[in-house]
Ligand binder design. Structure first.
Ligand SMILES: [Zn+2]
Length: 255
């Protein structure tokens, strides 16, 4: 396969690819604040480049990125845009239905933003219910948290900024990177690197991030981010996803 991005292919080239392949990779991004130093498109840029590299190394076609996700909890920061979860669900669903119509039976979502996770999960459930196709998602910060030495416990902090630097360091301004201590939601509902907790028990979050940080990034110190760290993280994530894509191709399907 010479071309990786579906939008670069002619219809005949796409048809040839799908004659011998039934997996499509779909990047999903977000346009939202990531502190003073990172671009609004941080989640978009990381997902887009990762999907391209995964597609290239696993010989799977890559769909156009869904650029905007659900980021309503970040609307307190100018430039953030958000679409409702049910709209995102329906758009992703219809994109997948288009690919199913043309032979896709497996989907790997490369999700760049935590606010999209539950919606993509619902898309996967609906796709299975209606078409018995296989789909799943990976998120670089969850993947790395679980299988590497990188804790990825931040938003626009050390780890996410490093990933962004590895993807494109020309649009990160490290001279204004700063870290502020995140406030708790109330005296007893605390907000740590793993989300909201009351008396040590996790609470599903749904609140404005502006109430806990004025700068926008939180977690591990943004000032400690580096290209070198980002490249190590990026490489590990891509390696994992390429292996996953190969394994997804072996999954027996119902029809
Ligand atoms: Zn992000």
């Amino acid at each position: 396969m010479n071309k990786i991005l579906i939008e670069d292919m002619s219809w005949t080239e796409f048809s040839e690819v799908m004659a011998v392949n039934d997996l499509v990779i779909i990047p999903v991004g977000s346009i939202e604040e990531h502190g003073y130093h990172n671009p609004l498109g941080t989640d978009y840029f990381i997902a887009k480049k990762a999907a391209y590299d995964i597609g290239k190394l696993s010989n799977a076609p890559v769909a156009p990125i869904m650029p905007i996700g659900n980021a309503s909890n970040l609307m307190g920061f100018p430039g953030t845009i958000s679409i409702d979860p049910e709209v995102l669900r329906d758009v992703l669903l219809q994109i997948c239905e288009g690919f199913i119509h043309h032979g896709a039976k497996r989907f790997l979502f490369i999700n760049g933003h935590g606010g999209n996770t539950s919606t993509i999960k619902m898309v996967s459930n609906i796709l299975f219910d209606k078409y018995q196709v296989f789909s799943t998602q990976t998120e670089w910060w969850i993947t790395l948290k679980q299988m590497s030495e990188f804790p990825c416990n931040d938003h626009g902090g050390k780890y996410e900024t490093s990933m962004m630097l590895a993807v494109d360091d020309t649009i990160v301004d490290m001279s204004v990177a700063q870290t502020v201590l995140r406030k708790n939601l109330t005296d007893k509902i605390i907000y740590d690197d793993f989300g909201l907790k009351f008396n040590g028990v996790a609470l599903p979050p749904s609140f404005s991030l502006h109430t806990v940080t004025a700068v926008g990034n939180y977690g591990a110190k943004a000032e400690e981010a580096s290209i070198e760290l980002g490249e190590r993280m990026y490489e590990k994530y891509i390696e994992y996803c390429v292996e996953l894509a190969e394994e997804i191709r072996k999954i027996p399907l119902m029809k």
